[in-house]
Design a protein around this ligand. Structure first.
Ligand SMILES: *Cc1c(COP(=O)(O)O)cnc(C)c1O
Length: 227
């Protein structure tokens, strides 16, 4: 397992070198959905610190089982229903998938109750797919207008799950569109720190990094295939 992590870290560094980027500005989120807490622990012992989960209940079980790992950080990367907002705020450091004002207001209220500042990313449906969650790109400014004043929410940037295609290069155009959208929004909203861009998975994270990803979400390449 440590070998796999070393291999991913090397590939992140190579992608950064190719594109003139600083590897310190790329975070690997190890996506542990459907994998046992014991594997998360093993990867933590190899040096990995940031993990991602898709389902609140499954994630909460692992957060609890691994609460002795003092430096672990948890990102929620699945679709979040409002009735799970409180549990999510209690257990996760970042929510990468916010896409409605009602959800963010609910997260803000729970974060305030818990005396916590919650980091969030705005999920963008960059491929305009009916099957995917996320805001249409042109609606993000209005969304940011409505959530930027919430005192316990820190909007850190954008996240996307791009349309599936077999090839890495086919993903590049979506990554480029996301990078352009982030840059434009950062100009429009200088009062926010929209510096993060979460995109790219096991199959295409190197291309995502070349196009500006600051967070890559890697499951299979670290933990092996899921059933
Ligand atoms: C499962 C998942 C990943 C990881 O996918 P791999 O192809 O296994 O690396 C990344 N992001 C999201 C949102 C996921 O649901």
């Amino acid at each position: 397992m440590c070998n796999r992590l070393e291999d991913i870290e090397k590939r992140v560094q190579d992608a950064c070198r190719r594109s003139g980027r600083d590897p310190a500005r790329v975070t690997v989120v190890a996506v542990s959905k459907k994998k046992p807490a014991s594997m998360v622990r093993e990867l933590y012992q190899c040096g990995q610190r940031v993990f991602g989960e898709n389902y609140v209940q499954e994630g909460v079980e692992k957060v609890k089982a691994l609460s002795d790992l003092s430096e672990i950080k948890w990102h929620f990367i699945g679709h979040l229903q409002r009735n799970k907002a409180k549990l999510a705020v209690l257990n996760f450091d970042w929510i990468q998938t916010v896409d409605s004002v009602r959800l963010v207001k609910s997260l803000n209220r729970h974060a305030a109750e818990q005396g916590k500042i919650l980091n969030v990313l705005v999920q963008v449906n960059i491929g305009r797919e009916e099957s995917k969650y996320g805001l249409m790109p042109e609606t993000v400014p209005e969304f940011l207008d409505q959530v930027s004043s919430l005192s316990n929410i820190c909007v850190r940037g954008l996240m996307a799950i791009h349309p599936f295609s077999g090839s890495k290069e086919a993903a590049r155009k979506w990554f480029m569109q996301m990078a352009a959208l982030r840059a434009e929004l950062a100009k429009t909203f200088p009062q926010l720190d929209l510096s993060e861009l979460s995109m790219g998975m096991s199959n295409d994270f190197e291309v995502a990094i070349e196009e500006g990803a600051t967070i890559v979400r890697i499951g299979t390449a670290l933990f092996g295939p899921r059933d």
